[in-house]
Design a protein around this ligand. Sequence first.
Ligand code: PHB
Length: 402
Amino acid sequence: MTTTVRTRVAIVGAGPAGLLLAHLLAEAGIESIVLDRRSRAEIESTIRAGILEQETVRVLSESGASERVLAVGTRHDGIELRFEGEGHRIDFPSLTGRSVWLYPQHEVLKDLIAARLAAGQDLRFETEVTGVGDVETDRPWVTATTADGDAVRIDADFVVGADGSRSVVRPAVTGSSTGGYFREYPFAWFGILCEAPPSADELIYSNSAEGFALISQRSTTVQRMYFQCDPDAAPDALSDEEIWETLQARVPGTALAAGPVIQRDVLRFRSFVAHELRHGRAVLVGDAAHTVPPTGAKGMNLAVADVVLLDRALQALLLENDARLIDAFAETALRRIWKAQHFSWWMTSMLHTARDASDFDHRRQIGELRSVVESEAGQTFLAEAYTGWPHEGTPGRGSLSE
Ligand code: PHB
């Protein structure tokens, strides 16, 4: 027995992209159903990155999707690039008029889920999508199985794949589960959460002969830090003491405040852009459409930019029967996506040490870092990308009221 329900937009994936899209569509009076195979607890507790561009913060706060982002998040006006033991601060407001906010992704997800449930939105956890079809017609559908084993079919006007890098919607859009432009990296990040006071007020991106490290923060008592490791490293292979030794050796010049490591993970990374973002009445957004290495903190911000574009395109299509924006969606989204791909690749290659790097490579890398920090143009290039290019149709400068 299959239960059939009807909605306007079937959204697969309750991550930042899917939930924000449902929120923005509801504001415009467009009904949707969001499905995710994970439980609410799993979604709300998965540790992800924490830097939000100013435009991301604006969208989240002005749409009412997250009231806490400005109250609880911390504004950061710069980052430090460290190499050869010396720190070089990049000051965002003076270079770009913008800042970023430190507010962890799982907190954004808690806010979005609470807002959607409070509004009575149809949000289904532990529901696994089993098929997507008829995307070339104006009645596409999604089939799924609930945790109890019940089958559901959702008939919709549009299907959105916001279901992450292992997207099950992707084959309906690109014709294959892998089809895309792709790059792997010979390193990964060993990430920790620790109980300790902050070691620095702002993020430190450190290049050292031993490899890259990133000092980030979470709160006055919990910190997030990463160091470059082998992609095959096992999270449990190092003791707390070895972790602190490794981190400290890579951030010379700052005495790190150590403390108990309360969580550890190895993040493999890669760059990916799907060959197609849209086919008929199915579209991909967020990690289903593209993946970036975490060095530029672009992942969630790019998902939000996709969704802002898609929300406008779906409103025009579904409320006014105007297909121009949805027809332009892929091309418009891809301009920003490839800029973010370049930035994430560039930050990664400039800051990490490849295992087979020669002396030439290392000296060239220091020359590259100097070209950035010793030039206002170089610093501005980095600051513009890091704080986020303006969204289509917005001025992109000016401060956010707190
Ligand atoms: C984080 O705090 O988790 C974080 C910050 C900046 C990055 C990546 C991760 O580039």
